[in-house]
Design a protein around this ligand. Structure first.
Ligand code: NAP
Length: 257
C-alpha cells in the first residue's frame, strides 16, 4: 500500500485529492491548520475506504509548520510515495491594497513551503527510485495577476525545472494549473464570483481524475480541461496588457474591505 501526503486536504481541491486517493486504496497523511476538521476527515475516509489516514496539523505560513511536514516527508521508515502541495489562498484586494504581511504570507505558503516540502519529499523518493509530486499552481500563472499569479508562475517554473533535473530518477513532478473551481477559496478571499461565467467553473473531482491521469502519463504540466487549454493557447497570442485587463475583470471582484 502506498502513502500520499496532501496539504490543504480539508477543503476544495485538496479534499477531492483525498477522496480519490483514498478510494484508490492509498493511505493518507492529511495536512491543514484545523485539527478538528482534519480528524473528522481522517475518520470518514478510514471508515469509508478502510485506509489509514494520519492527521498532521501544520500552518505552512510558519517555519515550524513547514518543518513538521518536511520531517514527515523525510521519514525513511514511513515513506510518502505521492506529495500533493495544494494548500493555498487568495488575498483580498489588489496590489497595494493588500497588507505587506499578507503578501509575504502568500509567498511563504505558495513558494517557500512548496520548495522545502518538494525537496524533503524528492530527496527520499530519489533514494527509493520512485515517487511523485503534484504542485497545485493555477492558470493565473500565465496572466499578469498580482502576487497570486506571480507565486503560481514560480510554482510552474520551479516544478518543471525540478522535473527536468530529476528526469531518469524515477521521481515525477507535475504542476497542476486549474481554472475556476467551486471551493472555499473565493469566499475565504472575500471575492465575489457572480462575474465569472458558468462555463468557466470546473468540477474538483473531474479535475483531480485528469491530474492523476496526466501524472501517470509523465506530464510535467497539467491544464486539466479543454476549455482552459484553448484559453491558455489563445492567451499566448494576446498582448500582455490586454490579457491583464481581461483577467482582472474576471473573478477579481472584492467585497467591502
Ligand atoms: N478554487 C479555485 O478556483 C482555484 C483555481 C486555481 C488554483 N487553485 C489553487 O488550488 C489550491 C487549493 O485551493 P482551493 O480552491 O481548494 O481552496 P480552499 O477550498 O480554500 O481550501 C484550502 C485548503 O488549504 C488549507 N490551508 C490554507 N492555508 C493554509 C496554511 N497556511 N497552512 C496549511 N494549510 C492551509 C485549508 O485548511 P485550513 O484553513 O484548516 O488550514 C484548506 O484545507 C490552492 O493552492 C489554490 O491557489 C484554486
Amino acid at each position: 500500500m502506498t502513502t500520499a501526503l496532501i496539504t490543504g486536504s480539508t477543503a476544495g481541491i485538496g479534499a477531492a485529492f483525498a477522496r480519490r486517493l483514498a478510494a484508490d486504496g492509498h493511505n493518507l497523511v492529511l495536512v491543514a491548520r484545523d485539527t478538528k476538521r482534519l480528524r473528522e476527515q481522517a475518520t470518514e475516509l478510514h471508515d469509508r475506504h478502510g485506509i489509514e489516514a494520519e492527521v498532521l496539523t501544520a500552518d505552512l505560513a510558519e517555519d515550524k509548520g513547514i518543518e513538521a511536514v518536511a520531517d514527515r516527508l523525510a521519514d525513511r521508515k514511513n515513506p510518502v510515495d505521492l506529495l500533493v502541495n495544494n494548500a493555498g489562498f487568495g488575498n483580498k484586494g489588489r496590489y497595494l491594497d493588500v497588507p505587506m504581511a499578507d503578501e509575504l504570507r502568500m509567498l511563504k505558503v505558495h513558494c517557500e513551503a512548496v520548495l522545502r516540502l518538494t525537496s524533503a519529499a524528492t530527496e527520499a523518493m530519489r533514494e527509493r527510485g520512485r515517487g511523485g509530486v503534484v504542485n497545485v499552481a493555477s492558470v493565473a500563472a500565465f496572466v499578469p495577476r498580482g502576487t497570486y499569479g506571480a507565486s503560481k508562475a514560480w510554482v510552474v517554473q520551479f516544478t518543471q525545472g525540478a522535473a527536468r533535473d530529476l528526469a531518469g530518477s524515477g521521481v515525477r513532478l507535475m504542476a497542476l494549473c486549474p481554472g475556476f473551481v467551486r471551493t472555499e477559496f473565493h469566499e475565504r478571499a472575500g471575492m465575489g464570483t457572480d462575474n465569472i461565467p458558468g462555463w468557466m467553473w470546473l468540477d474538483a473531482d473531474k479535475l483531480v481524475a485528469t491530474a492523476l491521469h496526466d501524472l501517470a502519463r509523465g506530464k510535467t504540466l497539467s491544464i486539466p480541461d479543454p476549455r482552459y487549454k484553448a484559453l491558455m493557447g489563445a492567451a499566448k497570442l494576446v498582448p500582455r496588457g490586454m490579457l491583464g485587463a481581461v483577467s482582472s475583470r474576471t473573478g477579481r471582484k472584492y467585497g467591502p474591505q
